[in-house]
Ligand binder design. Structure first.
Ligand SMILES: Cc1cc2nc3c(=O)[nH]c(=O)nc-3n(C[C@H](O)[C@H](O)[C@H](O)COP(=O)(O)OP(=O)(O)OC[C@H]3O[C@@H](n4cnc5c(N)ncnc54)[C@H](O)[C@@H]3O)c2cc1C
Length: 601
């Protein structure tokens, strides 16, 4: 394959020019000659108004011409403001990767082209993966940079309300309802609201917590983020360069407060969303909100975004016989720190991140801890293994990295993660052997796809080792299989062998669930107005929300926005908020479009 940068750029330009020509002239033979038989096309709203991946050249050729006739894409060229076309390895495949820009009749987009030689056709460079992503709608550009708000309303009228007066009035919603109601003010809610703000869509965030950031503040004492600062940014306002690699929970919580203020987001704290329904005729929602003082407010937003998280609701499994236990039973969400358990005995049921962290916290506070394993668990050391999937984020710009992550089709991403998992296993060999020796049951995800696919498919089932695995391996923390427990007695757990494992405290660290979306029923009919509750979390902590038709399209967060998605096809000229969902990725849902997991080996 080509080695010189000039040659790589020329090859890219040639491909883009032929691609544009093939689409413009509906030349299907030319189009066919441009795609490798095993190619993938991901479209994020640009041509299809959907988030979809088409796998295989034959399927691409069936789908693309019709979409192109409607969207009229043109102006394909290498984007000079992005990383220059280069040779990289993705999913163990050496490829030329180029970021390009283009336009459609309605918007402007960015894309990524990856070229590989077709061995069956004279090694001609053909598209292996192609991403076409809508960035903005013409006429609905974000108010940033030279298009920033000029503040005429408060900077020129000296007798009128000033900026603060206007901010207060805007956030009060005394005589109006928002166009978009965002339920939940964690990363996902903040990101989507910040993007909507730039698009001048009147948006209100409500959260039941008393203070912005309490969703993090109220988590256990020792918590810091498990992924690094560079993959956790919020849009427009990046974390300062002197911030620690792993952000402590309270620091993140305080940043959220600053973010809401800086981004001028309308945010009602202490406000619980109780439920709502959609009126097909009025094309609006009726939702009931309970304020901190117990009063209720009914609102009629055009759109509702459920950003209520995936970890919000503690999952308390009904463990037979546990009622017989006479000590304290807590869910990990209720656990704060281990001080009061010094010198006591604790059982922690569950071997995900929370279970391990709680066990380690109790141990470090002087408690005698036994971890109870219910099912096999994936263990990776927090560094370097757990961070390998984020490798591309360690260099280049955030915008480029987000686009690269978005561009990866599921089959390619799976392959990439399998390679990363193999590397992790080797790096963590001693640790994993030590755990095996203690009887810890390990797994590496479905088809060895690793922790991030476990996160996507079930929202947990792994531990990033920050020391607890070492404690298990060296006997500092005990380990018992749940299947070896016969039942519970007043002073602990009765093991099948006959002995009793004494305990003063039992902590459930079972996977949490997200059921808040159930409070918003789907409108009565299927079709374009279907409302869905995302069944699985997304996996990107960061939070890039891509721009698109009338507003936010998808939220990328390591768990992030869990919208109930009110999906509606834009009309001829999109004039209202559209929040789309990938329809093509099954359980991964729309988030796949922004998969940060899909990275370099
Ligand atoms: C202990 C723990 C550690 C974690 N560590 C990491 C990590 O290191 N890195 C990472 O990327 N992710 C981590 N996660 C996952 C993390 O929860 C998500 O990444 C992130 O918080 C998701 O953001 P979100 O905005 O989608 O949801 P959340 O942060 O959960 O926010 C949802 C918000 O919705 C509000 N809400 C819910 N229901 C209602 C309602 N009915 N009315 C009003 N408000 C409501 C809640 O109060 C909450 O503020 C962790 C999770 C837990 C539990």
């Amino acid at each position: 394959m080509l080695d010189r940068t000039d040659d790589i750029s020329i090859a890219t330009e040639n491909w883009l020019a032929q691609f544009e020509s093939a689409l413009a002239t509906s030349d299907e033979n030319l189009l066919e000659s441009l795609f490798h038989p095993e190619s993938h096309w991901r479209d994020v709203l640009a041509l299809s108004w959907n988030i979809q991946t088409i796998n295989g050249a034959a399927a691409i050729l069936r789908e693309m011409p019709a979409q192109a006739r409607r969207a009229v894409p043109c102006g394909f060229s290498i984007d000079p403001d992005r990383a220059t076309p280069r040779k990289v390895t993705r999913a163990s495949t050496s490829t030329i990767e180029a970021i390009f820009k283009f336009e459609t009749a309605q918007g402007r987009g960015s894309g990524i082209l990856r070229l590989i030689p077709d061995a069956d056709d004279g090694n001609i460079l053909k598209a292996w993966t192609l991403l076409t992503a809508l960035e903005e709608l013409k006429g609905f550009e974000e108010q940033v940079g030279i298009a920033r708000p000029r503040g005429q309303a408060y900077s020129r009228d000296f007798r009128g309300p000033n900026w603060l007066d206007l901010r207060k009035a805007a956030a009060e919603y005394a005589d109006r309802d928002p166009t978009v109601l965002v339920i939940g003010g964690g990363q996902s809610g903040l990101c989507i609201a910040a993007r909507l703000k730039q698009l001048q869509v009147d948006t209100l965030i409500v959260d039941r917590e008393a203070r912005i950031g309490d969703n993090w503040r109220n988590r256990y004492h020792a918590l810091t983020l498990h992924n690094q600062v560079q993959v956790n940014h919020l849009p427009y306002m990046l974390f300062p360069p002197n911030w620690p690699t792993y952000i402590p929970k309270d620091k993140l919580a305080n940043w959220f407060e600053a973010y809401v203020d800086s981004m001028e987001l309308n945010f009602w704290t202490g406000t619980e969303f109780e439920g709502g329904s959609y009126d097909e005729n009025e094309e609006r929602w009726t939702v009931v909100l309970r304020r901190a003082d117990g009063s209720k407010r009914t609102m009629h937003p055009r759109h509702v975004v459920m950003a209520t998280g995936v970890s919000g609701i503690p999952n308390q499994p009904d463990i037979p016989g546990l009622k017989k236990f006479g000590g304290t039973v807590l869910h990990s969400s209720q656990y704060t720190d281990g001080e009061e358990w010094k010198g006591k005995k604790a059982l922690v049921i569950g071997t995900g991140n929370s279970g391990h962290d709680v066990a380690q916290d109790l141990h470090s506070s002087g408690a005698q801890v036994t971890l109870v394993q219910r099912s096999s668990t994936l263990v990776v050391s927090i560094e370097p293994s757990a961070q390998l999937v984020y490798a591309p984020y360690n260099e280049g710009t955030l915008e480029d990295n987000d686009l690269i992550a978005t561009s990866m089709p599921l089959p390619v991403a799976r392959k990439s993660h399998q390679s990363v998992t193999e590397v992790s296993k080797e790096l963590d060999k001693d640790l994993l052997d030590g755990l095996r020796r203690k009887g810890f049951k390990l797994d590496f995800g479905e088809d060895n796809t690793g922790w991030q696919f476990k996160y996507l498919s079930r929202g947990g089932g792994y531990y990033f080792n920050v020391g607890c695995s070492d404690l298990i391996a060296n006997g500092g923390i005990g380990l018992v299989q749940f299947s070896d427990i016969e039942g519970f007695v007043t002073d602990g757990a009765r093991i099948k062998s006959g002995e009793t494992l004494p305990a003063d405290l039992i902590v459930h660290a079972s996977r949490r669930s997200d059921r808040a979306g159930d409070r918003l029923p789907a409108p009565g009919r299927a079709g374009p107005q279907t409302v869905r509750r995302e069944s699985r979390r997304s996996h990107r902590p960061d939070l890039g929300i891509r721009r698109g038709p009338g507003a936010a399209q998808h939220v990328c967060a390591d768990g992030p926005a869990r919208p109930l998605v009110h999906r509606r096809r834009p009309r001829a000229v999109p004039h209202q908020l559209e929040i789309s969902r990938a329809a093509d990725q099954g359980r991964r849902g729309r988030i796949v479009a922004a998969c940060r997991a899909c990275n370099e080996d």
